[in-house]
Design a protein around this ligand. Structure first.
Ligand SMILES: [Zn+2]
Length: 492
């Protein structure tokens, strides 16, 4: 980062960053917000358009009921209060990707207000971040600057995105660092994915984030002048952009200058923000109530109906899974990262003898092999039944951990399920007491020093003998039996 090296930690420590976020989320409705056009990403340009979303004279918008239901679900998931009456307004501005000349949005009477999310902070505690409002609006089209033969001299317009239903979620300026921004966004995305209202795909623009960043001297009463960092397309970049922006502003103030209120864009290639001419600065939006739409009324009865679709949210699910299956907090967090993964785990955990064993096999053995093979969670050759079988065999000691690893390696190498590979390669397991005792005697005879240590009270040395015998048996000794016999022999 170009400015970062110029500022000493002492100077940085004098300032308090203040950050608020505006997140736009595309809703996964079948059709657009105010017309019957398909709400679908990736179609050939200008094929999902009609007089309404093109804003042709005389066309009238009709609000999409599913969009309202999704917006209400999202609002409640982030603890907002729903306003029974909300109003759609016209936000007027001129831009090539907005043929109507205005965007239908909500202004002074949004759908929902006064929410919050609790996010992890630097000290390992949680911090409550206020959510000012969630309002509904429609997306604009897209200017296409590349990908065409004449792109060097012309900009093309794709209006498929016009009228896509959006939620805009505005936070209070409660965030104090780039890391908190990252945590907030991660959590928000997780919650929205659980509710199923959006796919939150940042590459396709389903989730977009603007950050309002300012700095002030610690202890100051008034916030500094803010700059808005717009349209950063990954959480990692947002963290870098906010970090950069904080340092840029501190540097300006330290050198006697003043921060200008403006919109800035993040350039990930150069790792810096730069000023853009902003439509916000040039215009006021002349909001007025949309005359073609009545007030949106979401009464208690409808709210209750909508909330029937509210799933168990990630935090609640984690807490329940920790209590129900005795999982460690970190394991529960990983298992609930997506709904699909948590579902997979719970299906297997309920069928297996030991949920903890299932967690460990899924989180370490399976995940490691999926990553190495570049596969998604749902592309594992080992089915849930396979995981359950593996967990039960490992739990009962019928296969050793080394054998488990070998069997799973074979599953992934051949693309076969665990039951098939296990039946075929059924590892030879030595469960013959006499045979194991013979090997133990051999190892004990070869390691008098360790025997002495054990007799001297260092009982953890028994693990050494177990390991040696296991090696001698080429991993085939029944581990439960082996453990028992080693202790017995050492104590005799
Ligand atoms: Zn349309």
């Amino acid at each position: 980062m170009s400015t970062a090296s110029l500022l000493s930690p002492e100077i940085l420590a004098k300032y308090q960053p203040v950050i608020g976020l505006e997140v736009h989320v595309q809703l996964l409705t079948e059709t657009k917000a105010f017309c019957g056009c398909a709400n679908k990403y990736g179609a050939p340009p200008n094929t999902h358009v009609c007089p309404v979303c093109l804003g042709l004279p005389g066309a009238l918008p009709v609000l999409n009921k599913q969009a309202v239901e999704f917006a209400v679900l999202a609002s409640k998931a982030i603890n907002c209060r729903i306003n029974e009456t909300s109003i759609f307004s016209r936000k007027n501005y001129f831009y090539p990707d907005l043929p109507k000349g205005y965007q239908i949005s909500q202004f002074d009477k949004p759908l929902a207000e006064h929410g919050y999310m609790d996010v992890p902070d630097a000290d390992g505690n949680t911090k409550r971040i206020g959510i000012t409002r969630l309002h509904m609006e429609e997306d604009a089209g897209k200017s296409v600057h590349d990908g065409h033969a004449d792109s060097a001299t012309r900009t093309s317009i794709d209006l498929n995105r016009c009228g896509t239903p959006l939620c805009e979620i505005v936070s209070e300026p409660d965030l104090r660092s780039a890391d908190e921004v990252f945590e907030y966004l991660t959590k928000l995305k997780e919650i929205l994915l659980y509710t199923g209202v959006s796919d939150c795909n940042m590459e396709e623009g389903s989730l977009r984030c603007d950050a309002n960043v300012s700095v002030m001297l610690k202890g100051a009463k008034e916030f500094g002048t803010k700059a808005e960092v717009k349209n950063v397309n990954s959480f990692r970049y947002i963290r870098s952009a906010v970090e950069y922006e904080i340092e840029r502003q501190i540097e300006i103030i330290e050198s006697g200058g003043r921060v200008v209120q403006e919109s800035r864009l993040w350039n990930s290639a150069e790792s810096r923000t730069f000023s853009m001419r902003s439509k916000e600065q040039a215009h006021d939006y002349r909001y007025f109530p949309e005359p073609d739409l009545p007030a949106l009324i979401v009464g208690n009865a409808w709210q209750t109906e909508i909330l029937k679709a509210m799933p168990e949210l990630p935090e609640a699910r984690r807490a329940r899974m920790i209590a129900e299956y005795g999982l460690a907090e970190q394991d529960a967090a990983t298992l609930t990262a997506t709904q699909a993964f948590a579902d997979r785990f719970e299906t297997a955990a309920k069928a297996a003898k030991s949920p903890k064993r299932v967690a460990s096999i899924l989180l370490s053995e399976i995940t490691m092999r999926l990553r190495a093979a570049n596969l998604e969670d749902d592309q594992s050759p080992v089915t849930l039944d396979g995981v359950v079988l593996a967990a039960n065999l490992a739990e009962s000691g019928e296969i050793s951990s080394k054998q488990l690893k070998q069997l799973l390696d074979a599953c992934f190498a051949e693309g076969k399920d665990f039951a098939f590979v296990y039946e075929r390669d059924k590892p030879q397991q030595i469960s013959d007491t006499a045979a194991i005792e013979k090997m133990i005697d051999e190892v004990i005879a070869a390691n008098p020093k360790q025997v002495e240590q054990y007799k001297g009270g260092k009982t953890t040395v028994s693990a050494f003998f177990v390991g040696q015998v296991m090696r001698l048996s080429k991993g085939q000794a029944n581990p439960t039996l082996l453990n028992e016999l080693v202790i017995k022999k050492l104590n005799s």
